[in-house]
Design a protein around this ligand. Structure first.
Ligand SMILES: Cc1cc2nc3c(=O)[nH]c(=O)nc-3n(C[C@H](O)[C@H](O)[C@H](O)COP(=O)(O)OP(=O)(O)OC[C@H]3O[C@@H](n4cnc5c(N)ncnc54)[C@H](O)[C@@H]3O)c2cc1C
Length: 235
């Protein structure tokens, strides 16, 4: 709090004496590394922040809920119709999304642990460097990212173009394990981007499946679609 008040005059260009404080409002943003949260019970489905599906970079839980509204509405409707309400079936409505998991590393590059010391401009320089590259690559890369939808092609084009001088200093800051975890999610993102068109392609073959099997097929297709950012171009 003292730090906030110390920096406030410079940040907001106003003297503290000129301000009249009415009340202090705090909020915190929940974000879960092992997102989404796993529900251990049948017939219960967390929605919104309690599901833990929001991006750890933007924390836009409301935006995330709106983005997933169609998927959830149709999925819940189908789960109720075919009576697939056990915990395993419902967990498919809160699928792993690699394009959200990859953002954990981005969040880590933007945060400094209590015992860490980083150069004062490191985070801003990195962000400016990344955004400059995305800007040069055009709206097709920049816009989905700004709307919280991470897609493999955009990431693949952006990362190699970011100045290594900006990237290397963050490696000791984030550590090896998060980097390895990120690589797994990055590869999953590539796989999901390939699985989604493949999944759509086999759709005609699924008409003979039982309603429960179709429910599973639709949920997998949704997870590949949303997990690869395929919803951005279709919704
Ligand atoms: C300061 C701030 C700014 C934000 N800005 C943005 C933004 O710009 N864009 C964006 O997309 N998101 C933003 N968010 C996040 C967004 O507000 C949340 O993601 C969204 O409100 C989550 O909705 P929800 O219905 O899941 O949960 P909530 O809105 O938290 O609703 C949960 C409700 O459950 C009630 N409750 C809790 N426990 C119990 C209980 N035991 N019994 C009964 N009721 C209970 C609570 O009182 C609450 O009303 C912001 C959040 C904060 C704090």
């Amino acid at each position: 709090m003292e730090e906030y008040l110390r920096l406030l005059p410079e940040y907001q260009n106003i003297d503290l004496e000129k301000l009249q404080f009415e009340r202090f409002l705090f909020g915190f943003f929940p974000a879960y590394q092992n997102s989404p949260l796993k529900m251990p019970w049948d017939r219960i489905l967390p929605i919104g922040d309690s599901a833990g599906g929001q991006s750890p970079v933007s924390f836009g839980g409301f935006g995330s809920m709106v983005r997933n509204l169609k998927r959830l509405t149709l999925g819940i409707d189908e789960a109720l119709k075919v009576d697939s309400l056990d915990k395993k079936s419902l967990s498919l409505l809160q699928p792993y999304q690699p394009n959200i998991s990859v953002t954990w590393l981005f969040q880590k590059t933007m945060s400094v642990a209590i015992n860490q010391k980083v150069s004062p401009n490191q985070i801003n320089d990195l962000m400016s460097g990344v955004f400059q590259v995305m800007d040069q690559l055009g709206d097709e890369v920049l816009k989905p990212f700004l709307q919280d939808v991470i897609q493999f092609p955009a990431l693949m084009k952006t990362l190699p173009l970011v100045n290594p001088k900006l990237v290397l200093p963050i490696l000791p800051q984030v550590g090896v394990q998060p980097l390895l975890d990120w690589t797994t999610h990055y590869l999953s993102l590539a796989a999901y981007s390939g699985l989604y068109p493949l999944g759509k392609w086999v759709k005609p073959l699924t008409t003979n499946l039982s309603p429960q099997q179709q429910y599973y097929y639709h949920r997998w297709l949704d997870s590949w679609k949303y997990g690869s950012g395929g919803d951005y171009n279709e919704n």
